[in-house]
Design a protein around this ligand. Structure first.
Ligand SMILES: [Zn+2]
Length: 510
């Protein structure tokens, strides 16, 4: 009976997909694997006390998930969405006219695509004006360098700030210097960003930008310049936010391009005892006209695709709508916006329909303070947060997804394994159960909401993000389709699993 039902389902899928042999064999294979796993995972008398039994996808849901994968892979929608957002709106930095245009675009788009309950959630965001920045070496060899103010930096005096440079690799090296070394000086953080698939190179390097200015300020420095926290060898600077510590003096901070940082490093080398400029100091002038304005209104944009028998529960697919102010915000995070919307629609395109409600949340102001992420659960209320069965987020460019992990209650981990099997043919590895889920999911995860984490390949992402080069031409259509397919499978599967889905333990939620 089951075999017959499966065969019929395979045929139905095959006609849907127009690829009979592939769809049938894939559906059979996945269902067979699932059955084998169910048998293997069935608790025995000896292990029954060790934990709740695994929650697995049904054969029917697994077969439908293959259909979702194929819909996602063939979909042009994610690219169309990204092209529209880029062309019709462009940069969407928090509090700007572009930000407001992005919110309006997203509301209309979700409505036009038939999402239910499309709404905005007001978010108050800081407003920072970049202004202009310049960075000139005055001695020993005068030259001008390509620079950008770091997001949130205060401005310098109108005539700029002139001081000798002290070069360090990172915050630890700065703190190890003898007391007084950087007083009245400009600290140059010269640490390089390592190119990594999982983005960990950026994570390590970025502290010089976020915390470096306050550490330097507390040691008496008057300014900070950093080597761009990015992997591009082009002569472009990379911006991003800093975080002033309330107890430290605020000092201005800029980033110079990687080739300019190399040049500055070479000038500093010449001032060493054996160098041609031995005994001299490297002196620079930096000038920044950045300033803060009063806070303004922005919004999270939310739309639902209602579920069936578990419609009261939510699978959240998130991305952030805001961008930095220098490029068009395509890889960061227009791609995530496009993936989230297109994945939800692909997941809802098969039968059986998703049991839980698929909710797309486009967060406000991730880049300059995570304002929308903080607002979302606060606005939802405790009871509603408890209805979030799973959450996932796309915020690392167009992909492809190379690993599927999560942070879920133990009994749901075997289902992540099942999901990975469905997308294994797309070169997706199985991750582990310690994934963070992404910056905008932090508040939800800390409230115990389980996260599923399709991890986007970040190998080339940090060549582009937060720079003038974050433009549509950098998108790889095949990557975008693959990522859409994997997110769609994960969203569909998350919507089909039996519940109720317990909250993460306090240790897991951290
Ligand atoms: Zn981002």
């Amino acid at each position: 009976m089951r075999r017959a039902a499966l065969a019929l389902l395979g045929l139905a899928l095959a006609s849907l997909l127009g690829n009979p042999s592939f769809a049938q064999s894939a559906a059979r294979k996945a269902a067979t694997e699932a059955a084998a796993r169910t048998a293997a995972a069935a608790p025995t008398a000896a292990t029954a006390e060790q934990g709740p039994p695994p929650v697995l996808l049904s054969r029917e849901a697994l077969a439908a998930a293959i259909g979702v994968r194929e819909m996602g892979l063939r979909s042009e929608e994610s690219y169309q969405l990204l092209e529209e957002l880029t062309t019709e709106v462009g940069q969407r930095f928090a509090g700007t006219a572009g930000d407001r245009a992005g919110v309006a675009w997203a509301v209309k788009k979700l409505q036009d695509l038939g999402f239910a309950n499309v709404r905005t959630q007001e978010v108050i965001v800081p407003r920072w004006i970049r202004g202009e920045a310049s960075f000139d070496v005055l001695a020993p060899y005068p030259t001008s360098m390509v620079t950008l103010a770091i997001g949130g930096s205060i401005g310098t005096a109108d005539e700029g700030l002139e001081a000798p440079i002290v070069m360090v690799q990172d915050i630890a090296a700065l703190q190890a210097l003898p007391e007084g070394t950087v007083r009245g000086k400009i600290v140059f953080f010269n640490g390089r960003t390592e190119r990594t698939r999982d983005g960990s190179g950026y994570g390590k390097a970025v502290r010089s930008r976020t915390e470096g200015p306050s550490v330097a300020g507390s040691l008496g420095a008057v300014g900070v310049v950093i080597r761009s926290i990015g992997t591009s060898k082009n002569r472009i600077a990379h911006t991003g936010t800093l975080s002033y510590n309330v107890s430290a003096p605020r000092i201005p901070a800029v980033a110079i391009s990687n080739p300019d940082a190399d040049a500055l490093e070479r000038q500093i080398a010449q001032t060493r005892p054996e160098g041609k400029a031995a005994g001299q100091q490297v002196t620079v002038r930096m000038r920044v006209t950045s300033r803060d304005l009063p806070q303004v209104r922005s919004a999270n944009v939310i739309g639902d695709i209602p579920g069936t028998d578990l419609a009261d529960e939510i699978v959240l697919i998130g991305a952030h709508l805001d961008t930095w102010d220098v490029g068009h915000g395509v890889q960061d995070d227009g791609a995530g916006v496009a993936i989230a919307i297109a994945a939800a629609r692909a997941a809802a395109s098969v039968n059986p329909k998703p049991r839980r409600t698929l909710r797309v949340v486009l967060f406000a102001n991730e880049e300059f303070g995570l304002s929308g992420a903080a607002r979302y659960p606060a606005d939802e209320g405790d009871e509603s947060v408890a209805k979030h069965a799973f959450a996932m987020e796309a915020d690392l460019g167009d992909g492809p997804v190379w690993k599927l992990g999560g942070r879920v209650p133990e009994q749901y981990w075997p289902a992540i394994d099942q999901m990975q099997k469905v997308v294994r043919s797309l070169d997706v590895e199985l991750g582990d159960n310690t994934a963070g889920g992404g910056a905008d999911l932090g508040p939800l995860r800390r409230l115990g909401v389980p996260v599923i984490a399709p991890q986007l390949d970040a190998t080339t992402y940090f060549d582009i993000h937060h720079t003038v080069n974050d433009t549509l031409d950098q998108i790889d259509l095949a990557h975008l389709r693959q990522s859409t397919a994997v997110f769609a499978v994960a969203a569909y599967a998350a919507a089909m699993l039996d519940g109720p889905v317990p909250r993460l333990s306090p240790e897991q939620a951290r």
